[in-house]
Design a protein around this ligand. Sequence first.
Ligand code: SF4
Length: 315
Amino acid sequence: NQLKVHFPIKKGLLKRTVGQVKAVDEVSLDLTAGSTTALVGESGCGKTTLGKALLRLLPITSGDVVYKGQNIAKLSEKAFQAYRQQLQIIFQDPFSSMNPRMLVGDILEEGIRALKSNLSDADVVRECNSLLLKVGLTTEVRLRYPHEFSGGQRQRLCIARALAVNPSVIVCDEPTSALDVSVQAQVLNLLKQLQHEQGLSYLFITHDLSVVAYLADKVAVMYLGRIVEYGKVEEVLNRPAHPYTKALIEAVPSWDNDLGKKVIKLPDNMPSPANPPTGCHFHTRCDQAMADCSQIKPTDVLLSESHKVACLLYR
Ligand code: SF4
């Protein structure tokens, strides 16, 4: 609720602070148990920063993160440890987040032992095997290294590792954007099935609106650190209100060699988050911009009980 993650901009030999990047600026959204909220927007809009901040993997400047009635943003590091395992993250490139010198079995067993330190070795192996089967891999892969797997299999491993500590919330940070379409569908189906079986909640970060339509219950559209439209998926995708959401829906994702994934690129480049436009951040690219748009910061307007937009067209 009203979450802010601001980073100082430092310059010169003395690293003097000369400004700040408002990577996440007064963002409010909710994640219901057993449901998926998607977070969409172009690269660099603050999606990953928000996902990491919710799990306290980045420092929060201000605002609340309420999990099971507890404001975990305000807990000491020690008190937060009790929640750490319940809040997991899956990255786009699982390989970079796995120790390449560890066997798959050891990677999973580490998580299982962290949760249940009193299990016998035989029980740990049994749990490890059951995790592998749950994500559609065979038990033999316990004795292999992560580099021996394809992209889709690695993502399954990454999901198994997240599940090893029995989480209730998983931030999925573009987990399928580097995979080809058929493998992407398999991983999405697996995530959906696991959600159904275990009541998991996902914050699903993506640029791909077809994935949003398939997987999510709600969607938040993010632009330069702010949520500009938020609501039930069918309302936002069928009746988009914000000009930015409309532009995203019309844009065709394209492959970016530098990032190694598909991205959405609108005609003009997104302004720098270090120096965002005044008023409505989108006014420099908006084909419906009015005189006020560069002066006034839009606030949320309710279009229905489950759909809101921050745009001056709806004042
Ligand atoms: Fe466009 Fe103005 Fe709405 Fe911003 S507030 S999206 S510039 S119409």
